[in-house]
Design a protein. Structure first.
Length: 237
């Protein structure tokens, strides 16, 4: 009962945070759910894939990133993004630079907080996108609730200047390090998706570890067929 009360209170707080913003999203928001932690001296290599299936076809995007911690609480990562176009050709689509900031020491407050800042430039178009927002994680026994709330601004000669908001949530059961099942929720304008996922972690000598993620998200805000599958591999060393 205490868990239900705490979860209800937390979700009510997030609703209050998100209510003032009106969402303008022109695509799916299904992607990585960020956690608020930065490991000192961490370096990482990351690969992510998102396949978005609709009645009109399939959209495929991949990201390859490399990054490292620049302080004990701040990490910087650069990505190249590839997408498959309407003709079935796959090529370079965008560049991204991402900064993650762990705001407080883990376990010091009632929840762990972080911030995310990201800038993206389309490869062949004059389109820019800036993202900023908060990342929150709260543990309840062997479960964890992770929440992402982002404000996005798009501008450039080849796009209408506009604001967007995105919300992502992941409720995870830490069954064991190698297999942690979860339920994920993604929200944007005209898009609400929910579905199962999992996270796995294998630790090696020192700070080396391999993390894998997967999720299958079904849109519930529209009656048409709309599914997203996401995969990710992250090697920290």
């Amino acid at each position: 009962m205490n868990f239900v009360i705490r979860l209800s209170t937390l979700m009510s707080m997030l609703a209050c945070i998100l209510t003032p913003f009106q969402a303008y999203s022109d695509g799916t928001v299904v992607d990585k759910v960020y956690h608020p932690y930065v490991l000192p001296f961490e370096r990482e290599f990351e690969w992510r894939l998102v396949s978005h299936q609709t009645d009109s076809g399939n959209k495929l995007a991949q990201r390859i990133g490399v990054g490292s911690a620049i302080t004990d609480t701040i990490a910087l990562e650069a990505y190249v993004v590839g997408e498959r176009d309407d003709y079935g050709d796959f090529g370079l689509a965008a560049y991204e630079l991402e900064l993650r900031w762990q705001l407080i020491e883990q376990g010091k407050l009632w929840a762990d907080w972080g911030a995310l800042f990201e800038i993206e430039k389309q490869h062949t178009k004059d389109i820019f996108e800036a993202t900023s927002g908060f990342v929150l994680e709260k543990e309840f026994g062997k479960t964890s609730l992770t929440l992402n709330a982002f404000l996005v601004y798009e501008w450039g000669k080849d796009i209408k200047n506009e604001w967007e908001t995105e919300f992502r949530a992941q409720y995870r059961y830490r069954y064991r390090a190698a297999f942690q099942p979860s339920i994920e929720l993604y929200m944007g304008e005209d898009f609400v998706g929910i579905g199962p996922g999992f996270i796995g972690l294998q630790r090696f000598n020192g700070q080396k570890q391999l993390k894998w993620e997967a999720g299958f998200i079904t849109e519930v805000s529209q009656s048409e067929k709309n599914h997203s599958v996401r995969f990710a591999l992250e090697f920290e060393f």
